[in-house]
Write a new protein. Structure first.
Length: 125
């Protein structure tokens, strides 16, 4: 999102749980399109609030899994925030060979990019 739309909007990445380390396959396939993830750390919705992000200040939550959709709906029930669920392929654990896994991660990356441009228009950066 940041690569496509820059500072046009405020973006935070959060999930149901905090894994801290980003998956190496995700780092690799995002680097292919110029997105640096090696220093990125995932955090949970709860950590997001603990670190000072007020959920009520957001307009939209994009949930990429049923679990994140449920958690987002629970957290935003008292706010006027849209929650959209985008059923995106979860590539973790798909395939045994490195090339097979990278292909699955690329498909996921490309699905997300396509959904973003369908929802928000062409890249502006």
């Amino acid at each position: 999102m940041k690569k496509l739309y820059g500072t046009e909007c405020y973006i935070q990445s959060a999930g149901v749980k905090s894994d801290l380390e980003i998956d190496g396959f995700a780092i690799t396939v995002c680097a292919e399109i110029g997105v640096e993830l090696s220093r990125h750390r995932s955090r949970s919705f709860d950590e997001m609030e603990d670190w000072g992000d007020d959920l009520s200040s957001f307009d939209l939550v994009l949930a990429l899994s049923p679990a994140s959709q449920r958690r987002a709906l629970d957290l935003t029930q008292f706010y006027h925030i849209d929650v959209e669920y985008w059923p995106i392929l979860d590539p973790t654990g798909l395939g045994d060979a490195r090339d097979t896994r990278l292909t699955a991660y690329r498909q996921t990356r490309d699905q997300i990019t396509q959904r973003l441009t369908e929802r928000f228009g062409p890249a502006r950066t």
